[in-house]
Design a protein. Structure first.
Lengths: 148, 705
């Protein structure tokens, strides 16, 4: 009985100690990358515009990187007005002859995540266009980037 | 048995309390200990503080220099108490555990700095320049570092792009409220991510920080900005500043820009601090610059008095100017001037439309007829900066300019010479008639002046603007200074408060004057600014100034924008037009098609009109920089107001404009974080990029050792 009580008290003390060392959930901060893909099927993708936000969780965008394909390698532009409303509108175009087809990563968004709620990212493709400016059917996908 | 149980319980509770306290306190101790070691470079260097300007010596309390040591990446370091023994002597070139130091033959020693190279690429279309500056940071040490660099850009630069290159990857920085950006940067830095932060300390002084640069690695930062060129006496002028001059801060002032020797971080006690290389030191940091000009009309002449350049002329209206590889030390402003064809340049409106609406800039030239009218008698007040930073070539240039001016005064004019350094004094109690004898006395007084002491500019301003004005004469106050002060806003506020009927003409003297201060003083003072470089003919600069003031200005200007639907035009108060000095207005518009813009003003007692026909629908031209120029001028206007208006909404308004247009300001900053790559260990030592003192400036009279 005594042994059990001693053990319980020690366990309690260690739990309290471990809990006290945990970072405050409200101030826990980490950084992660989110990859944005556009799948334009068999049509070459020359231009796109999408809106990106987090449905849950508290995020702050801290950097925007370009994509995999040479046509979208340079970091795309963002709309600073949209950024003031906790979302970002990103757009890019390429005038080169070599354009990506199928699923291609067009951008990578670096975010700061605060709090312990896992963010759920949403991306809404507003437009995708071919080299002659024609709208093409396409879809956008989000995927978490992997640390290097 | 009971006693035994109690004893066990007491021991258990005591253990729990110890464990709890250890859990709470040890991480804090560890954090504090890490800071005490790893921030060691950032602590003020506690040596004897001799102020060469004030001539005082302060005795610091602590004579110990903290050791510059770093733990290994996977090492935990706990420091519970400071050592009592003598400080460990370490090489100040080695902020980490070692450095690649090259000692060159001769007396100059090459010191390692984390900024290797700056590349500047500019394009000019009409009178709008777009410039991209690439700063190549690297880590020459064998420990991880954070690089910090205080550098200048043109005072009217609208910075709207910030990009960080890490190896093959390129990350666009994001504009944020300054405090938020600083917090994000700190968090990223502490978590080992490569990150960068760009903040504005003055409209022409910026701080770049790059965190977690690993040994041998390089990180490039690209900054892009737009600005309008000045048009001075028939020449367009492009300026790229390369170094921040050493600023003087009045006693008790802490929000200034300090000037300290390399490795003496924190010695100045100022919010911003620049570290300078000693006279026997040089860094490997160099600069390259290329400028493509498309003037739209034939370029008649190009001149660069500041640097050695190579010029190519692919077409009559185009030129490519490249800085010579023989002139790559970044220690003076690059100043390129070019003259375009035509006897007089006509007023010129540029427009741009996008989804935000229409934006325009108008370069408004004075009417030619101003040249025909003579001026009325003047009361000339020369205010000469005789502080330590002016000693040597700068003050000689300033004295030559004043001498030339004194010889051009007419008998009906009066004059006064005021000098200031730690205090202000003057030639006479009241304005002196410009007769031959008095002019000779003025010249004698002038020749006795030399540079020494602090820059208490506020005393010079009060002395120049406070004495009673003779209403029969136009009072012209000419400030001749390098503008090396840290309390710019205080001076601008003082000019606004005391200006009265005076007009201020500021003369920037030296190779890297504080152009923000000099421009703002002249604008607020309804005058103009001119620059007297060390290699220029100071007399000729003064002759051109006399050309301006020898004819009346077109004043009280109003603009009827016709069907343009113009709004939000800056500057809100249109400056007077002097001969050879156009002004740039920028605003928004809603109109379309062709319309007439009518500019009305007074020359003496006569009314004058300038009529411009403008086409708002020119589809051939796009000037993407114009919205940036407009937003930047709006911010400058709000910023000027904030120097004398206590309205608390002004900072918020500046912030809103800057965020909406993605622009740098005092209240916004650019931050970029690479969240994917995470470096190991703590973030290392902060290393300031030490810079040379500007060409012609004496180190011993301006920099704290």
């Amino acid at each position: 009985m005594k042994t059990l009580r001693t053990f319980l008290l020690l366990a309690l003390a260690l739990t309290v100690c471990a809990w006290s060392q945990q970072p405050d959930a409200a101030t826990a901060v980490r950084f992660e990358a989110v990859d944005i893909y556009v799948d334009s099927g068999d049509r070459p993708l020359a231009a796109y515009q999408f809106e990106f936000a987090a449905e849950t969780g508290a995020i702050t965008i801290v950097g925007i990187e370009g994509g995999d394909h040479a046509a979208f390698k340079e970091p795309p532009y963002y709309d600073p007005v949209a950024l003031m409303n906790h979302r970002v509108i990103i757009a890019a175009f390429s005038t080169g002859p070599d354009l990506p087809k199928g699923r291609s990563r067009v951008a990578r968004i670096h975010v700061r995540v605060s709090g312990d709620i896992e963010p759920e990212y949403i991306v809404k493709l507003e437009v995708a266009a071919s080299a002659d400016g024609e709208r093409i059917p396409a879809k956008a996908l989000v995927s978490r980037g992997e640390e290097q | 048995m009971k006693v035994q149980t109690k004893t066990v319980l007491t021991i258990v509770v005591a253990l729990a309390v110890i464990a709890l306290l250890a859990g709470l306190l040890l991480p804090a101790c560890t954090r504090r200990a890490r800071r005490s070691v790893l921030y060691s470079e950032a602590e003020p260097f506690p040596g004897p503080l001799y102020d060469p300007v004030l001539g005082t010596t302060e005795s610091p309390d602590d004579e110990e220099a903290p050791p510059h040591s770093m733990p290994a990446h996977d090492e935990e370091l706990w420091v519970i108490a400071r050592p009592e023994g003598p400080p460990v002597e370490v090489d100040e070139d080695a902020p980490g555990t070692g450095a690649l130091i090259a000692v060159l033959p001769g007396t100059e020693k090459e010191v390692p700095v984390p900024l290797k190279h700056t590349d500047v690429k500019g394009t000019i279309s009409a009178y709008v320049a777009a410039v991209t500056v690439t700063q190549q940071f690297h880590n020459p040490y064998d420990g991880k570092i954070e690089a910090k660099y205080v550098f200048p850009l043109p005072q009217n630069a609208g910075i709207n792009e910030f990009i960080m290159r890490v190896g093959e990857r390129t990350i666009r920085g994001i504009i944020r409220e300054r405090e938020e950006a600083e917090r994000i940067y700190e968090e990223a830095r502490e978590r080992g991510h490569v990150a960068s932060l760009l903040t504005q300390e003055r409209p022409n002084i910026f701080t770049q920080k790059v965190a977690n640069i690993e040994p041998g690695k390089a990180i490039d930062i690209n900054i892009t900005y737009f600005h309008t060129l000045a048009y001075v006496d028939g020449w367009y002028e492009f300026v790229f500043p390369m170094v921040v001059g050493p600023r003087f801060n009045p006693p008790g002032f802490t929000d200034g820009v300090g000037a300290v020797a390399r490795g003496r971080h924190g010695l100045s006690g100022q919010g911003t601090e620049v570290q300078y290389l000693r006279p026997n030191e040089r860094s490997g940091h160099d600069i390259s610059l290329t400028l493509d000009i498309d003037a739209g009309v034939p370029i008649e002449e190009l001149a660069c008095a500041s640097h050695v350049v190579k010029t190519e002329r692919p077409a009559p209206g185009k030129a490519t100017v490249t800085l010579s590889p023989l002139d790559t030390v970044p220690n003076k402003d690059f100043v390129l001037r070019y003259k375009v064809a035509g006897k007089t340049v006509k007023s010129n409106l540029l427009v741009h439309r996008d989804e935000r609406g229409g934006f325009f800039t108008l370069m408004l030239y004075p009417p030619e007829s101003l040249n025909m009218i003579r001026r009325s008698p003047m009361e000339m007040v020369f205010v000469l900066d005789c502080s330590g930073s002016m000693s040597g070539r700068p003050i000689e240039q300033a004295k030559k300019a004043v001498e030339r001016a004194l010889r051009q005064l007419e008998p009906d004019d009066t004059f006064q010479i005021i000098r200031f350094s730690n205090n202000a004094s003057q030639l006479g109690r009241a304005p002196i008639a410009a007769g031959a004898d008095n002019v000779r006395k003025g010249l004698d007084y002038l020749s006795s002046l030399h540079g020494q002491g602090g820059t208490m500019m506020i005393r010079g301003i009060r002395a120049a603007l406070d004495f009673p004005h003779d209403p029969r004469r136009l009072r012209v106050v000419s400030f001749l200074t390098d503008g090396y002060i840290g309390n710019d806003r205080q001076i601008i506020g003082e000019v606004h408060k005391r200006l009265g009927a005076s007009r201020i003409f500021s003369f920037g003297v030296g190779s890297s004057p504080n152009r923000y201060l000099l421009d703002r003083m002249a604008k607020l003072g309804r005058g103009a600014v001119a620059y007297v470089g060390l290699d220029m003919n100071a007399g000729e600069v003064m002759d051109r100034f006399f050309d301006h003031v020898s004819h009346p200005a077109m004043a009280d200007i109003e603009v009827d924008w016709g069907d343009m639907g113009a709004a939000d035009v800056y500057p809100r108060r249109i400056p007077d037009l002097f001969v050879g000095r156009p002004v740039i207005l920028t605003g928004r518009f809603t109109g379309a098609g062709k319309t007439a813009v009518r500019v009305r003003g007074k020359v003496g007692d006569e009314r004058r009109d300038i009529v411009l026909t403008v086409n708002l629908d020119d589809p051939t031209v796009k000037h993407v920089g114009i919205p940036v120029v407009w937003a930047r001028m709006k911010i400058a206007d709000l910023n000027d107001r904030s120097t004398h208006d206590s309205n608390r909404k002004l900072p918020e308004q500046i912030k809103q404009v800057a965020l909406e247009y993605g622009l740098m300001s005092a209240y916004t900053a650019f931050v970029a974080v690479d969240s994917l790559s995470r470096t190991s260990g703590d973030y290392g030592t902060t290393v300031d990029v030490a810079v040379p003192v500007p060409d012609g400036v004496r180190y011993d009279t301006t920099v704290r050792e």
